[in-house]
Design a protein around this ligand. Structure first.
Ligand code: GLY
Length: 371
């Protein structure tokens, strides 16, 4: 099949986001984005077993080093970032090196941040293998690691040189990760595309069954939205902040759970439901739209979960710590209707407290998280 390309523009430059299937049959897509003779692939052992040999074969003309990141968001931290830099130093990588992130959002974020800092900035490529990374995390140059006190608190804007999205990677993705990624797909419909939202409602069964045509349409539409938003507002001075729908709640939930037991997309899924509730409570969102949103989110909600909700005061404290919070005020992206989101600063927290779920409403079920 032919590959589609979406161009992302930033600061008088641009980079391609290639979307298609069977990437290994198109090695030129990768090679043409590598300028020097050295590469460092950052990946995880589960992925390495299936995809690394193919990548190494494509890159056999290069000095090709590999760093294995342990599984889990809790490893997106300064210690692992430092290990990556140490490999680059020990293996003598120079300014022409290219880092390649082969994996999900955790791999992409930490690899991008290592690339942003090594020798004051080197090239990197994103090969996202999860749905959430393909439609969101790998695009737009947000790189970071977490701190115990907050999610993505240490990072930099550093755009990749190219993104290679092969939707075939999604065929072997665990159902739980796949559904978590669908939350970010739905987000584009909610914030700016009511027609896409209606399409997802109609095609949710095909999407859950991972039918090729439905998955390709969902990924391409999401990528186009993400690239357009970042091209218009790379550094999040305005419209890019709409992508944070559900994230003020979601990041608080992830931090409360120590970045374990809940996937980022699951936290965003819950956060988008809460943002819709808050929008309705404030009189922004109609009951009809709230019901449509709840109904669609319900269809991708895991049946079981092992995370815990914070107590009300902890929710508020965690949300205040988020980097989107300023001057002691809480910022939310809320919905006026399906397809229309706006930023709002909440000074009176009275409408917030009744909608916040607290433990032990959910949890304790299954240490694997279920779904
Ligand atoms: N994931 C949100 C953003 O890239 O801005």
């Amino acid at each position: 099949m032919t590959w589609d390309v979406v161009e992302l523009f930033h600061q008088n430059q641009s980079y391609p986001i290639h979307i298609g299937q069977q990437w290994s049959a198109h090695p030129e897509l990768l090679r043409k984005s590598i300028t020097g003779k050295q590469v460092l692939i950052v990946t995880q052992s589960v992925l390495a077993a299936t995809h690394l040999p193919v990548l190494q074969d494509i890159l056999k003309a290069y000095q090709c080093d590999v760093y294995y990141l342990p599984e889990g968001e809790e490893h997106k931290n300064i210690t692992q970032w430092q290990h990556i830099l140490e490999v680059l130093l020990r293996q003598g990588h120079d300014r022409t090196t290219t880092l390649i992130a082969l994996g999900g959002g955790v791999v992409g974020d930490i690899t991008g941040f290592a690339a942003a800092c090594y020798l004051r900035g080197v090239n990197y490529l994103q090969i996202p293998t999860t749905l959430i990374a393909q439609v969101d995390a790998a695009i737009g140059g947000k790189t970071a690691v977490n701190h115990a006190l907050g999610k993505n608190m240490i990072g930099a804007f550093h755009q990749p040189r190219a993104v290679l999205i092969d939707v075939d990677f999604l065929k072997t993705l665990p159902q739980r990760d796949y559904q978590a990624g669908l939350a970010e797909v739905i987000k584009y419909g909610l914030i700016r595309d009511p027609v896409f939202f209606a399409w997802i409602e109609k095609n949710i069964s095909a999407l859950l069954a991972r039918e090729d045509a439905a998955v390709l349409h969902a990924v391409k539409t999401s990528v186009r939205h993400k690239a357009e938003i970042v091209s218009l507002d790379e550094k999040e001075q305005g419209m890019r902040s709409l992508l944070n729908l559900g994230h003020t709640f979601g990041h608080a939930l992830e931090t409360a759970n120590g970045y374990q037991h809940i996937l980022h997309g699951e936290a965003v899924l819950i956060g988008m439901g809460l943002a819709a509730e808050l929008s309705h409570t404030l009189g922004w969102l109609s009951t009809e739209d709230l019901e449509r949103i709840k109904c669609l989110l319900q269809k991708i909600t895991p049946k079981q979960s092992a995370y815990r909700f914070p107590m009300p005061d902890d929710w508020i404290e965690l949300m205040h710590r988020d980097k989107k919070s300023r001057d002691g005020k809480l910022n939310f992206i809320l919905l006026k209707s399906i397809g229309h989101a706006e930023k709002m600063t909440l000074t009176d927290l009275t409408p917030l407290t009744p909608i916040l779920p607290t433990s032990p409403l959910v949890g304790e079920v299954d240490a694997e998280g279920g779904g």
